[in-house]
Design a protein around this ligand. Structure first.
Ligand SMILES: Cc1cc2nc3c(=O)[nH]c(=O)nc-3n(C[C@H](O)[C@H](O)[C@H](O)COP(=O)(O)O)c2cc1C
Length: 182
């Protein structure tokens, strides 16, 4: 049984990030995959302290919900990572989550397949370029496979991406393909 984990980096429930993540997960479910979703803003995931205690213990000194999310990451072959663009970058919730990857053994990342999805309010895809570039470098560094990116520029209001059937279809299709190709 293939497992796919959706990570929503927006604090806005029913917002564009969650809609896109849901669409990708629904595509995966159509192929029989088991999908789970976490809403970072509703979890206690504190920022990295930079203490590097984890480099000796493989464990974070902060005992919070990141342990539970890391377990779900480990159990899933595919991760759908969604963050809105906040000031040309990811949301603070998403960045805190990403920074905490430092305590997870490198072997837990190798070969994981990623679909990245990023809505932004501005009309140009270029608002997402630093975030896509940064995450690409992280994925390469950790030996992960960046399978697809679903961008949705020009959607500022809550749920506005619902009015863009072409993007929703692309998202659902990516979710289907990512499972079928394993
Ligand atoms: C603090 C903040 C900063 C933002 N900065 C940008 C930005 O730099 N570029 C952009 O295109 N949109 C920006 N936006 C708009 C969001 O990316 C857009 O509304 C997106 O659809 C939000 O996704 P959500 O519905 O999942 O929360 C910003 C929104 C917030 C709240």
């Amino acid at each position: 049984m293939m497992r796919i984990l959706g990570v929503v980096g927006s604090p806005r429930r029913g917002g564009n990030t969650e809609i896109l993540v849901d669409e990708i997960l629904d595509g995966a479910k159509e192929t029989g995959a088991e999908a789970e979703k976490v809403i970072l803003d509703e979890l206690d995931i504190r920022p990295c302290k930079g203490c590097f205690a984890c480099s000796k213990t493989n464990e974070c000194v902060q005992d919070d919900d990141m342990n539970m999310v890391a377990m779900k990451m480990r159990q899933s072959q595919v991760w759908v990572l969604g963050t809105p663009i906040y000031w040309w970058g990811p949301s603070a919730q998403f960045k805190a989550f990403l920074d905490r990857w430092v305590s997870i053994p490198r072997t837990h990342f190798r070969g994981k397949r990623i679909i990245l999805t990023i809505p932004s309010g501005g009309g140009s895809e270029s608002y997402a370029r630093h975030t896509v570039g940064m995450l690409n470098d992280v994925f390469n560094y950790l030996g992960m496979e960046h399978f697809a990116t679903i961008l949705a520029p020009g959607f500022g209001a809550r749920g506005e991406v619902q009015n863009a059937p072409d993007i929703l279809v692309a998202a659902r299709r990516a979710g289907k393909k990512v499972i079928n190709k394993i």
